[in-house]
Design a protein around this ligand. Structure first.
Ligand SMILES: [Zn+2]
Ligand SMILES: [Zn+2]
Length: 349
C-alpha cells in the first residue's frame, strides 16, 4: 500500500510504500476512498501541541511513531477480512470510527473508546486515511452510512461526532435558550447544523473574521459577533442577557476567557478546540457566579451511530466539502494551515 506520511515533523509529507496488510483474526482491511483533513492533522504534522504556560506536548510523548500517515476521517470499501471477522463482507462501503481504545477495559466495553487511557486512534497511533488502506482490529468500527453522500458521511467520524458529543454535554440546558459558538470554521458550521438538528434554534456564532458573518446568518445563526473583549456586551444584547452555554471550538486561552466571562449563573462552557493557552480562574468567583467548564474530546461509538442516524433521517444539513485528489495531500495541508478553506477538504482516491 502507499501512504502520504509524516516522516519528519513540519516537513512535507512523503509518499512511502509498505506491504499490504493481511487481516488475521477479527481484522478488516479497508481501501480508503475518502479522507477528511482536520486541524488535528496539522497539529500532528507540526509535531506538538501548546499546553499553555510555555509547556508543549510532543507527539512522540503521545505515543506517535514516525513515519505515520495522518487522517482520522476515513471512509472506504472493505477489501479483505480475517477469518473471525463477522457481520462484514468484501465490498461493504463504510465510515470508520477512528478513536479506538484498548477494546477490553470497562470504558471501551461501554462504547466510550475515545475515553480509553490506551488510545489506538487511526491517523495518530496507527496509519490513517492519508494511506491507501487502513487495517482495523474489529468490524465494530465500521458504520453503514446508507444513501448519505460519502464526502459528507466521512466528516461524521471527527467533526460530526465531536460537535455531537460537545452538544450532549449541554445536558439539561433548555432547548429554547441561546447558545454561543466560538469559531466559524468547518467545525463551527457542523456545530450550528447539529444544534439545529438537535432542537436548539437560537445560536449566535462568533469568529475573528468578519467575512464569516454572511455565511453564519445564511446558515441560520440568530446573530454573528466579531471575536474580542467587546463581544460580551454584543452577545448579551443579541441574546437579551447571558447565553446559557458556550461551545468554544477555538479554545486558545483568549476565547476561553471570553467564553467563561460571557456566561451568567449556571452557564456551561464546553471546550472543544486545542488552540492552546491558559486562563486564570477565580476559584471563589466560580461559587459567586456558579458555572461549569467541561472538556470534550471527539465522541463515542454511540455518538457516531446517532450522527449517522440523524443524517439518514434527513435531519442534518450537509456540511460544505471540497474534494481534492489524495496526491495533493501537501497542498491540502498548506491550504488548511493558511485558512484558505471553506468547509472540509476531502482527499479522494
Ligand atoms: Zn479531527
Ligand atoms: Zn480501553
Amino acid at each position: 500500500m502507499e501512504l502520504w506520511a509524516i516522516v519528519e515533523p513540519g516537513k512535507p509529507l512523503q509518499k512511502i510504500y509498505q506491504d499490504d496488510p493481511k487481516p488475521t483474526g477479527t481484522e478488516v482491511l479497508v481501501r480508503v476512498t475518502h479522507c477528511g483533513v482536520c486541524h488535528s492533522d496539522l497539529h500532528l504534522w507540526k509535531g506538538e501541541y501548546d499546553l499553555g504556560g510555555g509547556k508543549k506536548l510532543n507527539i512522540l510523548e503521545r505515543g506517535v511513531s514516525l513515519p505515520r500517515a495522518p487522517g482520522h476521517e476515513v471512509l472506504g470499501e472493505v477489501v479483505a477480512v480475517g477469518p473471525e471477522a463477522t457481520g462484514v463482507a468484501i465490498g461493504d462501503k463504510r465510515v470508520i470510527f477512528p478513536w479506538m481504545g484498548c477494546g477490553t477495559c470497562a470504558v471501551c466495553l461501554r462504547g466510550d473508546e475515545n475515553m480509553c487511557d490506551k488510545p489506538h486512534a487511526i491517523g495518530v497511533i496507527h496509519h490513517g486515511g492519508f494511506g491507501s488502506h487502513v487495517l482495523l482490529p474489529h468490524p465494530r468500527y465500521l458504520f453503514d452510512y446508507g444513501n448519505v453522500d460519502p464526502a459528507v458521511a466521512v466528516t461524521f467520524a471527527c467533526s460530526g461526532i465531536t460537535v455531537y458529543s460537545a452538544i450532549r454535554k449541554l445536558g439539561d440546558t433548555p432547548k429554547d435558550s441561546v447558545i454561543l459558538l466560538i469559531g466559524a470554521g468547518g467545525v463551527g458550521f457542523a456545530a450550528l447544523t447539529m444544534l439545529h438538528a438537535l432542537g436548539y434554534p437560537n445560536v449566535i456564532m462568533s469568529d475573528i473574521a468578519e467575512s464569516k458573518r454572511a455565511a453564519a446568518l445564511a446558515a441560520g445563526a440568530i446573530g454573528f459577533v466579531l471575536s474580542g473583549p467587546d463581544m460580551i456586551a454584543e452577545v448579551h444584547r443579541i441574546a437579551g442577557g447571558p447565553p446559557a452555554a458556550v461551545i468554544d471550538l477555538v479554545n486558545n486561552g483568549k476565547t476561553t476567557q471570553i467564553g467563561l466571562d460571557v456566561l451568567g449563573r449556571g452557564g456551561k462552557l464546553v471546550l472543544v478546540g486545542v488552540g492552546g493557552g491558559e486562563i486564570p480562574l477565580s476559584t471563589a468567583g466560580m461559587i459567586f457566579k456558579p458555572r461549569s467548564i467541561i472538556g470534550s474530546a471527539t465522541g463515542s461509538l454511540h455518538d457516531l451511530k446517532a450522527v449517522i442516524d440523524l443524517a439518514k433521517a434527513g435531519k442534518l444539513a450537509p456540511v460544505p466539502v471540497n474534494p481534492m485528489p489524495k496526491d495533493q495531500a501537501n497542498e491540502a495541508m498548506h491550504r488548511l494551515e493558511h485558512g484558505q478553506v471553506t468547509g472540509r477538504i476531502i482527499l479522494t482516491s
